[in-house]
Design a protein around this ligand. Structure first.
Ligand code: EPS
Length: 389
């Protein structure tokens, strides 16, 4: 049995990023235009660097799709780095004759120090190129394919900005996804969004950066994805790993998260309603503090996952640091950087949530063709309901 899995490759200023997604069943409609939508969304958001004006990310499908339908083999995708033109010498694959210019000014908050020690490099570029959040473009392409798959089962994955710096949105405004997509900071609360934009401007003027919190919401998720029987099959753990693996994420919450820990049990759980209040879907709840997950399994309510992003560690007003070769005090390396990437992080979070949910669907329902997966899904859905005993 092979589970849904993906790999990415490529450096930030190399020729291209590539992604390989294996395990999507045959017969699923897929186009490059569909994937392009999410790649465009990731590139947006107020506070991004000039690099985003240089790139126009588009994933070319190299394999796994024929005549608009998946074939059941790996879906291979390539996203070109437009900046490659100017970086061909620095990033050339073949042996380099000259003396390469090395990055030795270690940047606090980056992978530079640990990565050079671990891999035995004397040039931090060998680390930073792969550690760069540019890699998330490839993840978003993978996530778009997973989103297409989830759509067949009526599952939608959205995201929105909860906070930037110390400015917080009203989270219950999160159901207005049209408002979110129209907001420069992907925030449903217009007034808070305007203040977030001003805060990003102020941070840029001060040579500083801002982090924040982004939230993913998946609706239409069936009861029973994941499992309570073993630690690595618990879906909340898998979602946390997926979101935590996004660059610069330092915290993950599910549902009520850390706030639930502060209150009593009587205010921490979701009352199961009687059938008169189910409104067409079985086993409805009075609230969703669990974020749609109990016992490591989905419970039929929306899956709600939040990520906390630290402020970008590349500062135009660099932090004090030391040199990799001499350990002398210097200022950290600076070329250009984003001021705030919280809006983009939501789109990347959607990709990770979509991947984990798609993997869970395939684990539970299997299927080599979409039709087979669907038959298994529908057969199971028909069993969900009061046991009648
Ligand atoms: C990044 C540094 C910047 C960001 C990059 C992530 O790249 P550059 O040094 O080329 O300006 O723009 O993000 C992207 C390129 C992207 O597409 O998201 C880093 O150090 O993580």
């Amino acid at each position: 049995m092979t589970e849904l899995r993906f790999l990415t490759a490529g450096e930030s200023h190399g020729k291209a990023l590539v992604a390989l997604l294996e395990g999507i069943p045959a017969g699923m409609p897929l186009t490059e235009d569909y994937i392009a939508r999410d790649l465009r969304r990731r590139q947006g958001g107020y506070g991004r660097s000039k690099r985003q004006q240089l790139e126009q990310d588009r994933a070319e499908i190299l394999g796994g799709v024929r005549h608009g339908l998946t074939l059941g083999g790996p879906v291979a995708m390539m996203i070109e780095n437009k900046v490659w033109e100017d970086w061909q010498e620095v990033m050339q694959v073949g042996p380099y004759e000259g003396k390469p210019k090395k990055v030795t000014r270690l940047r606090p908050g980056h992978a530079d120090l640990a990565g050079t020690m671990k891999y035995g490099f004397d040039d931090a570029r060998n680390v930073l190129e792969r550690a760069s959040a540019r890699e998330t473009a490839a993840r978003v392409a993978v996530g778009a394919v997973c989103r297409r798959f989830l759509g067949e089962f009526g599952i939608e994955v959205h995201s929105h900005t909860v906070s930037i710096g110390d400015i917080c949105a009203q989270t219950d405004a999160a159901n207005d996804w049209i408002e979110v997509e129209g907001s420069p900071v992907r925030c449903a609360d217009t007034e808070a969004g305007e203040r977030m934009v001003r805060a990003i401007d102020a941070a840029r003027d001060a040579g500083d950066t801002l982090g924040g919190v982004f939230e993913m919401v998946a609706t239409g998720v069936p009861i029973g994805l994941g499992s309570h029987v073993m630690w690595d099959r618990k879906l909340d753990g898998q979602l946390a790993q997926g979101v935590m693996s996004i660059h610069a994420v330092k915290g993950v919450e599910i549902g009520g998260g850390f706030a639930v820990a502060a209150g009593p049990g009587s205010e921490a759980h979701d009352v199961i309603l009687p059938p008169e209040q189910w409104e067409g879907r079985p086993w409805r709840r009075a609230s969703n503090r669990a974020g749609g997950l109990e016992g490591g399994m989905t419970n039929g309510e929306p899956v709600v996952v939040r990520g906390a992003l630290k402020p970008i560690s590349t500062l135009s007003n660099p932090l004090p640091s030391v040199d990799l070769h001499t350990a002398e005090e210097i200022q950290a390396h600076y070329e250009r950087s984003d001021v705030c990437t919280v809006p983009a992080a939501g789109v990347i979070g959607e990709a990770m949530v979509a991947f984990v949910l798609a993997r869970a669907i395939l684990e539970k329902f299997g299927g080599d063709s979409l039709g087979e997966t669907m038959r298994n899904f529908e057969g199971y859905q028909a069993t969900i309901g009061p046991r009648g005993g």
